[in-house]
Every structure is written in C-alpha cells, then in structure tokens.
Design a protein around this ligand. Sequence first.
Ligand SMILES: NC(=O)c1ccc[n+]([C@@H]2O[C@H](COP(=O)([O-])OP(=O)(O)OC[C@H]3O[C@@H](n4cnc5c(N)ncnc54)[C@H](OP(=O)(O)O)[C@@H]3O)[C@@H](O)[C@H]2O)c1
Length: 262
Amino acid sequence: MSLNPSAKPVIALVGAGPGIGEAVARRFVAENFHVALLARTETKLQTMTQGIETDFGPNTAKYYLTDLRHEASVLASFKSIREDSGPVAVLVYNAGARRVNGRSILDTSSEEFENFTKINLFGAFWATKCVLPDMLAGGKGTILFTGATGALRGNAGLSSFAPGKFGLRALCQVITREYSAKGVHAAHVVVDSPVDGKLIGEWSRREWERRGEGGKLEDVDAHLLKPGDLAHMYWFLHVQPRSAWTHEIDVRPQGVSMFSKM
Ligand SMILES: NC(=O)c1ccc[n+]([C@@H]2O[C@H](COP(=O)([O-])OP(=O)(O)OC[C@H]3O[C@@H](n4cnc5c(N)ncnc54)[C@H](OP(=O)(O)O)[C@@H]3O)[C@@H](O)[C@H]2O)c1
C-alpha cells in the first residue's frame, strides 16, 4: 500500500534533525508535499514524524534510518522511498558534521577527516545519483544543498569540515552545468552564521555570556539564524520560475557581519 496515497510530490530531507532539517521539511509539507526524513537516530526521527503528522495529517511524513557514510545505506533508503511514496521531486541534502571547537590538522585523525567528509560530501553524491534518473525522466526536479561559511573559506581548525563543504559547493555547480538544461534546478545555500538550533544556539548564548556580550540575548534574531526563516529560502528556490533560477544564495542575520568575507 502506498504511504503517499494522494500522490503528493515527495521531498527527501537528508540529514533530518530538529533545526534546519525539520524546518525545511515542515515548510514543504505545508505546501502539500510528502516528506521522507533521513538520519540515524530513530527516537529523533519518530518525534519529528509524529509532530509533522499531528500538525499536517496522516501520510505526510515517513522516516528512513540512514547512515550517510555508507553508500549501501543511502541506496537502500532511496529505493524504499521510491517504493513507498514515489519518485523524489525535491532533494535537500542538509547533513553536515564538524567540531564546534576546531582542531589543527596535526590534531585531526585521518578517521575523522574521512568520516566527516563522507557526511559533508559523499552522501550528497550518492543521494544525487539516486534521484537524478527520475528527475531527468520527468524533465524537472530541485536539488538543494545546505552549505556553510566553511564552503567558502578554509578557516583554521576546520580541516575535517571545510574540504567537504567546498566539495559540496562544487558538486552543486557540476549538477547545474550537467543537468539544468534538462530541467534540474540545483542550488547551494551558504548558511553564513550560527543557527538557533539546540546545539549551536545554546553554545552561542553561553559564549555571549562568557564574552560579556549578554546584550545580544535581548535581540537574538539579529545574531542567530532561525531555522523557520531559513526554510522560506528553500521554498523560494524551489518555486523560482525557470526564467530566473538562482544557483547559490547566502544568508545571515542582520547583526552578523559576513563570516565568510566573500
Ligand atoms: N547549526 C549551525 O549553526 C549551522 C551553521 C552553518 C551551517 N550549518 C549547516 O546546516 C546543516 C545542518 O543543519 P542544523 O545544524 O540545523 O542541523 P539539523 O537539521 O538539526 O540536523 C542535521 C541532522 O543531520 C543528521 N546527520 C548527521 N550525520 C549523519 C549521518 N552520518 N547519516 C545520517 N544523518 C546524519 C543528524 O541526525 P543523526 O545524528 O540522527 O543522524 C542531524 O540531526 C549542515 O549542513 C551544517 O553544515 C549549520
């Protein structure tokens, strides 16, 4: 039995956590999409799926346990999504992995470099290969990658993060050059500031207190990017008319100077 009986368009949200991932999922479900949520932690995925179905109704969300470091896991999830709900119309690759407090190259193990790069880059390559055939057959599709400041600048301490994010940006440009003429709209979103999610949001607040910048707590929206606000950007990219496609967008809160100094 189809898990998507109304044959709604399907968005695959790869790297579905409670921050940007869930916010983007909810934005598309609010526009009548069915969402497939991919991540590793079942309890978090259950909570997210239940929350979406409570707010938007049954058959709006389904989760797929996936470890993006392993190609077989990615392929298996996308095969199940297709069987359960139909072809993917929108791919959002949102997973990313980095240390909050960076380490020098000499202190970074090869294992960490490989693990993080698989999450930041390889998973996106595998996921893209899974969705392209249906997009090309249908003559349309949207592929959105979540980038970071580290996609544009290799800052100290980020040797296991920035190379993968640079690569993700490059992959997005390759997709555009190979497939945009065939209807696939790919875009890279440079998230150039801390996001107000559980980990980084709470860490940033502690840092403000520590640095005597407590005043920022009175005006959080000027200093931390809200996932729900960012989610509108993803929807905006998806609905752009094809006479005016954006392939990269950068975003930061009002009070944050350009981290990336592009
Ligand atoms: N948060 C920030 O301040 C910030 C700033 C700039 C850019 N970004 C970018 O934003 C994206 C993340 O957004 P977010 O921070 O709001 O996080 P989020 O959407 O709340 O969660 C992302 C999810 O990715 C999943 N993930 C990580 N490794 C995975 C793996 N190996 N296999 C499957 N899933 C995996 C994690 O779930 P599991 O652990 O359950 O697998 C995590 O919950 C990343 O691309 C990051 O580089 C974030």
